[in-house]
Every structure is written in C-alpha cells, then in structure tokens.
Design a binder for this molecule. Structure first.
Ligand SMILES: Nc1ncnc2c1ncn2[C@@H]1O[C@H](COP(=O)(O)OP(=O)(O)O)[C@@H](O)[C@H]1O
Ligand SMILES: O=c1ccn([C@@H]2O[C@H](COP(=O)(O)OP(=O)(O)O)[C@@H](O)[C@H]2O)c(=O)[nH]1
Length: 240
C-alpha cells in the first residue's frame, strides 16, 4: 500500500453501461473494461473500499423497449437483466486483474449471482473485496443512477462517483450544446431546479436528502478515478 492518503475510505462508483462499449456501437468492449478495472485496482491499492453499480444501457434500455410499444415494466426488467450481464463481465475482468469481486443482484437470480444482502455487502467491503451491485434497485421505473444513490447511502459510502463520457456537469448537455460550460461544483437544489440531465432527479433528490455528495468525472480520461479518490480537482462536485 502506498503512503498517500486517499480522500475517501469507501466509495460507490457508478459505471454507465455505455461506458463499457468503448468505441463500439453495442455490448462490452474488452479493452475498455480492462482499462476501467485497472483504474479500480489503483484505487484499491491505496486502501479504498470500492462498491460499483453498473448500468445496462449498452445492452438494453427500458425506455427504448417502452417506446416501441413494449410494456414499460417488462422492458425495465430486461434492462435490469442487462446490468447483470455487465456485472458478470466486470467481475470476471476484476478477477483476472487480481481483485476479488462479488456480484450481488437486487432481483433473485441465485443460480447466477448471489442476492443483495446489506450486511453481507458490508462484510465484503471490510474484507477488501469489490462489490458489484447488479439489477439496479430491483424495481422498474428506476435507473441505475438511482441505484447508485440508494446503495451508496445504504453502505455508508462517503461519495457517489459517477463515471461518464463527459468530464463533469455542464450548464447544458455538452454533447448537444458545445458552448455549455462546466461547473466545478454546484448544489443539488440547483442541479434539480435547472434540470441538468446528467442524472435523474430521483437520484439527485435521494443524495441530497442523505447529504451524500456526487462527483461526476470522465471515464475516458486516464487516471481520473485515482485523482478523484486522492481528493484532487477533477470533474464536478454536486453537494447538499
Ligand atoms: N448538464 C449536463 N452536464 C453534463 N452532461 C449532461 C448534461 N445533461 C445531459 N448530459 C448527458 O448525460 C450523459 C451522462 O450520463 P450517463 O449516465 O453516463 O449516460 P447515459 O445515461 O446516456 O448512459 C452525458 O453523456 C451527457 O451527454
Ligand atoms: O433500478 C433500476 C435500474 C435499471 N432499470 C432498467 O435497466 C436499464 C439500464 O439501466 P440504466 O439505463 O440506468 O443504465 P446506464 O444508463 O447506466 O447504462 C434502465 O433503462 C431500466 O430499464 C430499472 O428498471 N430499474
């Protein structure tokens, strides 16, 4: 373990499903997932306990199914199953890089992964294992961002780290509006009232009420996760 002291002891890292695609159009890009895991390894080396919530948008999104006429709740269950696939791929990549990973699912699927049991998750974290939370909140009409807020609060994480394709929260979606500018930090109330689309309002509201800060940072930028964990200036802090 290095001598540097991290800014956080326990983190909840939210990885979007799309982040796993890399430059592919769909699915899981091997090189991308390996690079992400290598960054997680660096963070565990300084003694930080890491829990991950993984998205599913690279495989299936409930809203997309809903928009083509599928029952929305059914489509959302498909989306949750997509996150289980990503969680398995992520845990496999973690094992290959020497981490011990445990996948816990919010929906019962015992032959595949163990169910989410809070005390068990806490035990794994204390033991230095990386816990990957799959199947979101286990409920349709929610997102994995909300699952990140929920699990982050449950496990007593000091911060939710949202790793995404953009390097922070902008005044408007920077993909659609190139003149948008990035915030260094902003309050939850402002993020909600300005309808800044980086996370859904349910996730923001839960973190606000629990006084659980969120840091939004780039998944594409090498070393950004380590910098965030070491308390260096990176991305945007959303605070209560
Ligand atoms: N105000 C904003 N600031 C930053 N990003 C924003 C904002 N509004 C919308 N976005 C979009 O939110 C996305 C980040 O969310 P993420 O969960 O990683 O993606 P998705 O929900 O598409 O999987 C970015 O790709 C960005 O285009
Ligand atoms: O608690 C949850 C979390 C996820 N989902 C479904 O799973 C899909 C994938 O999750 P998300 O879109 O949050 O993934 P990401 O954007 O991070 O890739 C969502 O579209 C929903 O259909 C859900 O129904 N309930």
């Amino acid at each position: 373990m290095s001598n540097a002291i991290p800014a956080h002891k326990r983190i909840l890292l939210k990885l979007s499903g799309e982040a796993l695609m890399g430059d592919d159009q769909f699915g899981i890009n091997r090189a991308t997932i390996e690079r992400m895991v290598a960054e997680i390894v660096e963070v565990t080396k300084v003694g930080v306990q890491v829990a991950v919530v993984i998205g599913g948008g690279n495989i299936f999104r409930g809203v997309a199914g809903g928009s083509v006429g599928m029952d929305r709740a059914t489509a959302d269950y498909m989306g949750m199953l997509a996150t289980v696939m990503n969680a398995l791929a992520l845990a496999d990549a973690m094992d290959k890089q020497g981490l011990t990973a445990r996948v816990m699912s919010a929906i019962g699927i015992e032959q595949v992964v163990e169910p989410y049991v809070r005390p068990k998750a806490l035990q794994y974290l204390e033991e230095g294992k990386v816990v990957v939370f799959a199947a979101g909140t286990g409920n349709p009409f929610f997102t994995t961002d909300t699952a990140a807020a929920l699990r982050g609060a449950e496990i007593g994480a000091e911060v939710v780290l949202k790793a995404t394709k953009v390097d922070g929260v902008y005044t408007a979606d920077p993909v659609k509006n190139p003149s948008a500018t990035r915030y260094d930090k902003l309050a939850f109330d402002e993020a909600i009232s300005r309808n800044l689309g980086i996370m859904d309002a349910t996730a923001f509201a839960l973190c606000r009420d629990q006084k659980l800060p969120i840091r939004v940072f780039s998944i594409v930028k090498p070393g950004a996760l380590k910098r965030v964990v070491m308390g260096e200036d990176e991305g945007t802090l959303v605070y209560a």
